[in-house]
Design a protein. Structure first.
Length: 123
């Protein structure tokens, strides 16, 4: 059974209507609800949800954003690096989010990832 209310909330996310998305998704405790909270800069609510989800690359990346916003640099770096290790497309994605981009530059995170890939894959 398709949950039309939920799907409308997901569409609101795609449309960047975060207030509407949150009003529709607020009763759910999933990844998309966390995205709506983060988009509204309601980081504590997003963290509450994400803390209970499986640590996928997507979840780890959002955790990195939240911790960066909160000034928890060590946690932000740890979650960003883990997201990149799980899914290398997050290496490039990190350049697009200002919170993560600052960490990449400040701590030369892509240099570290390059060395890891070099030692693992021999290139």
């Amino acid at each position: 059974i398709v949950d039309t209310l939920y799907m409308e909330g997901v569409q609101a996310l795609k449309d960047m209507d975060y207030k509407k998305a949150l009003s529709l998704l607020g009763g759910y405790k999933d990844y998309n609800t966390a995205v709506a909270y983060i988009s509204m800069n309601m980081n504590a609510s997003a963290l509450s949800i994400l803390s209970n989800l499986e640590r996928t690359a997507q979840v780890n990346y959002l955790l990195a954003i939240i911790y960066a916003r909160e000034g928890e640099v060590q946690d932000a770096v740890r979650y960003y690096m883990e997201s990149c290790r799980q899914n290398p497309s997050y290496i490039h994605r990190g350049n697009l989010d200002p919170e993560i981009s600052e960490l990449i530059k400040a701590y030369k995170l892509h240099d570290i990832l390059d060395k890891e890939y070099e030692s693992e894959y021999g290139y």
